[in-house]
Design a protein around this ligand. Structure first.
Ligand code: ZN
Length: 200
């Protein structure tokens, strides 16, 4: 390792911070970058920078969007009073792929995670509570991940939302604990949505 120039080592260190990328993969990517045609590399750097400049959370649901309100929230074809609560924007993509859901979403942008020091205050619930209080929502489907953090988050949401006059469901996941929504195949996930269980 010590034989690489510092500037190259620094790139490897930065790349190794990406999720799922260990030191060895970071080295391979760094070598790939070194040999990339200049124009391709510039395009990549521009795209990486643009996602931060242009993508922001939807003002209604926190989903990724380049507009103030995302295309799902502004769609006239969706049921506006049904909300599926998920942890991350990638869960919206996974659920949309099932074609079994026609309501709106609310993205928490995280979960309660004791190991990572995240508690209920780290959930971005404000906008959702506001809409519930205004009487805009009649049904909530909690679709947090079927792992420890997701379950903790679901239990907290059930407690927090139980005082409002809304129906609360939990996605019926007949799959092993410890997985994440994004890794569940579309057919299983679609079935879990259709068979959602009332929790209140
Ligand atoms: Zn939205």
């Amino acid at each position: 390792m010590g034989q690489f120039p510092k500037i190259f080592n620094d790139l490897i260190t930065s790349l190794a911070r990406f999720p799922g990328i260990g030191r060895r993969s970071a080295e391979r990517i760094a070598f790939f970058i070194l040999r990339m045609p200049q124009d391709e590399l510039k395009e990549l750097a521009r795209r990486m920078s643009e996602v931060q400049d242009f993508i922001k959370p939807c003002a209604m649901c926190n989903n990724f969007t380049t507009l103030d309100i995302c295309s799902l929230c502004s769609s006239v074809k969706r049921e506006k009073d049904v909300i599926c609560i998920v942890e991350e924007p990638k869960d919206v993509v996974a659920i949309e792929k099932t074609s079994q859901y026609n309501g709106l979403y609310y993205v928490l942008l995280g979960s309660i995670s004791p190991l990572e020091g995240l508690n209920s205050q780290d959930l971005n619930l404000g906008k959702l509570i506001h809409r519930i209080q205004k009487g805009e929502i009649k049904e909530i489907i909690i679709s947090t991940d079927p792992d420890n953090d997701g379950e903790l988050t679901a239990q907290y949401l059930i407690k927090k939302l139980s005082s409002y006059p809304i129906k609360i469901y939990r996605i019926a996941i007949g799959i092993p604990l410890g997985t994440q929504i994004e890794y569940i195949d579309s057919a299983t996930l679609g079935k879990a949505l259709l068979e959602k269980k009332a929790v209140l």
